[in-house]
Design a binder for this molecule. Structure first.
Ligand SMILES: [Zn+2]
Length: 168
């Protein structure tokens, strides 16, 4: 099984234990937000390394880093070979900010497209345009895996249904 197959089975697979899946996503959201905060603080810097090195750099494990690389792939100038990569595959994160913002809106991840760091990356007007463009496209990405009664991935401590998931 490749890293990606393993991640997708655990994160989306039907046969897996729901409690385990829930724990996996809770952990994933926390890590993901932290990584985006770091990356967006210097969006022009191109992060490079093997999958294992990036996991270490961002203080997570290879499985979570695999999920992250899966999530960010379409928002990069050059996609990584996520289907075939293993721990020792060199990857790089050359972010296309407009695509990334768009995809965060598509995933309904308020806690990511609402990050403060965006203020110095894209103008408010441009963000509004991208937001509208995405909403008008009619494309709905499978929303982030978060239960209505789960703690909100934004880290507010409130339940998702009372926080970012209010309009979901
Ligand atoms: Zn929230």
């Amino acid at each position: 099984m490749t890293l990606l197959e393993n991640w997708r089975t655990k994160a989306y697979g039907d046969g897996t234990n729901e409690k385990e899946k829930e724990a996996l996503w809770k952990d994933y959201f926390l890590t993901e937000k932290g990584i985006y905060e770091k990356l967006l603080s210097d969006v022009k810097h191109v992060e490079r390394g093997t999958v294992r090195e990036l996991a270490e750099k961002f203080q997570t494990d290879v499985q979570t880093m695999t999920g992250f690389l899966d999530g960010i792939n379409e928002s990069l100038h050059e996609e990584n070979p996520i289907e075939t990569m293993d721990e020792d595959t060199e990857v790089k994160l050359e972010i296309d900010p407009e695509k990334l913002y768009y995809h965060m809106v598509e995933a309904k991840a308020d806690w990511l497209y609402g990050l403060e760091a965006w203020d110095s990356i894209l103008t408010e007007a441009r963000r509004k345009e991208l937001y509208k463009e995405q909403k008008a496209s009619g494309t709905i990405r499978k929303p982030a895996k978060v239960g209505r009664n789960d703690p909100c991935p934004c880290g507010s401590g409130k339940k998702y249904k009372h926080c970012c998931g209010k309009n979901a």
